[in-house]
Write a protein that binds this ligand. Structure first.
Ligand code: S3P
Length: 436
């Protein structure tokens, strides 16, 4: 793996055109897992060809699931049924994907065999007790390295449903418990401090598993079966986010982003940018595969700083790196609070963005759970992505409005969620290239 790839992003004139961003990462992971556990054959369209989701596909193949790739962005999953997985003699490598590892921990806790889940350097530093503790309360046995991966999941345990109140809003933890709940005796109920993305709940229902859910709460019981179903994956709002910010800050820009997933638990950035003065319209709102989607039209508009409402944080948890760039290019200060979770993502995103923006001449006051960003003029410079895909893409956007080129180190991991970002970006007017 060549992590040494660096990018240089140059100032650009207006951005124009139509940008088709790739499929949703969260939906793609889940479609593979439920397809694998279902009876029958499921076809996934719009599948994200990212490293993260491919890692999950490879893990399921190691566990005995046949998965075909009839075309780019398509998978045919031959389900083996709830009890049809086989042990793998090799460790299961989730790569960079927290979603993959945490959801698989729940799924594997209910199997008759042992498994070992491993990840790359970044994933190996991410906290796992948030899933292993409640899973242990259900009767699972999962060994960690002081709360970090690798996870050694012991099979053959008797799982018992629980009622669990999540201490932090996390769709990954909720989903891990619901997956274990498929194998548990009795009811598993998860209650969240703030509603999070509900793809697991919606997809379980689509695959025919009885589940009761409403924002902030989900309940199911074990002992049913999943029926294969086809899944249409919408374009990933988190990938669209970079273009929403880019077009908002580069004068004269106008971009169209077709068929983007608009699950309300994902679109906090839309609201945040609008509060800052952005001009973003949703056209042709519709449903696709049980999910709200729409075409996003974004035009340049001068942005101003805001005190970000804390209630928006969980609905834009992956979009903060992009928001930092919008705030840096806005007039006035933007205050972020209640976002301590950003410290345990693919990198410490509060520190990564604050440090990088300071290199580019922006004043950022970092706090334990947020930051105050003082908008200003961006200079050029060299910033570190810390191998975090979203940090890399955010600084590529920052380069569009910087006075001199912005060099971004370690951009390899962009392929985890957004393969082809550079080409797509350059097609609509970015001036992004590889550094020497
Ligand atoms: C995800 C949940 C979020 C998000 C991640 C994807 C999911 O993580 O940051 O990119 O697919 O469930 P948390 O559950 O840690 O908030």
């Amino acid at each position: 793996m060549n992590e040494q790839i660096s990018w240089v992003s140059h100032a650009a004139r207006s951005l124009r055109g139509s940008v088709h961003v790739p499929g949703d990462k969260s939906v793609s992971h889940r479609a593979l897992m439920f397809g694998a556990l279902a009876e029958g054959t499921s076809r996934i369209r719009g599948f994200l060809e990212g490293e993260d989701t491919r890692a999950t596909a490879a893990v399921l193949q190691q566990l005995g699931v046949r998965i075909e790739t009839p075309a780019d962005g398509e998978r045919v999953v031959h389900g083996v049924g709830l009890h049809g997985l086989h042990a793998s003699t090799d460790p299961l490598d989730c790569g960079n994907a927290g979603t993959g590892m945490r959801l698989l921990a729940g799924l594997l806790a209910g199997q008759a065999f042992d498994s070992i889940l491993i990840g790359d350097a970044s994933l190996s530093k991410r906290p796992m007790r948030r899933v292993t503790n409640p899973l242990a309360a259900m009767g699972a046995r999962i060994d960690t390295q002081d709360g970090l991966p690798p996870l050694h999941v012991r099979g053959g345990q008797h799982l018992q449903g629980i009622r669990y109140e999540l201490p932090v809003a996390s769709a990954q933890v909720k989903s891990a418990l619901l997956l274990a709940g498929l194998y548990a005796e009795g009811e598993t109920e998860v209650i969240e401090p703030h509603p999070t993305r509900d793809y697991t709940e919606r997809m379980l229902a689509a695959f025919g598993w009885p589940i009761a859910f409403e924002p902030g709460r989900a309940k199911l019981s074990g002992g049913h079966t999943l029926r294969a179903t086809d899944v249409d994956v919408p374009a990933d709002f988190s990938s669209a986010a970079f273009f929403l910010v880019a077009a908002s800050i580069v004068p004269g820009s106008e971009l169209r982003l077709p068929a983007v997933g608009l699950n309300p638990r994902r679109t906090g950035l839309l609201e945040a940018l609008r509060l800052m003065g952005a001009d973003i319209r949703v056209e042709d709102p519709r449903e696709s595969g049980g999910e709200p989607v729409g075409d996003l039209m974004v035009r340049y508009a001068p942005l101003h700083g805001v005190e970000l409402p804390e209630a928006l944080v969980p609905d834009m948890i992956d979009e903060f790196p992009a928001l930092f760039v919008a705030a840096a290019a806005a007039t006035g200060r933007t205050v972020i609070r209640g976002a301590a979770e950003l410290r345990v993502k693919e990198s410490d995103r509060l520190a990564a963005m604050a440090t990088g923006l300071r290199v580019l001449g922006i004043v950022v006051d970092e706090t334990p759970d947020g930051a105050t960003i003082h908008g200003g003029t961006l200079a050029g410079g060299t910033v570190e992505s810390l191998t975090d895909h979203r940090i890399a893409m955010s600084f590529a956007v920052a380069g569009l409005v910087a006075r001199a080129p912005v060099r971004i180190n370690d951009c390899y991991h962009v392929a985890t969620s957004f393969p082809g970002f550079m080409q797509l970006a350059n097609r609509c007017g970015f001036a992004l290239g590889l550094a020497d």
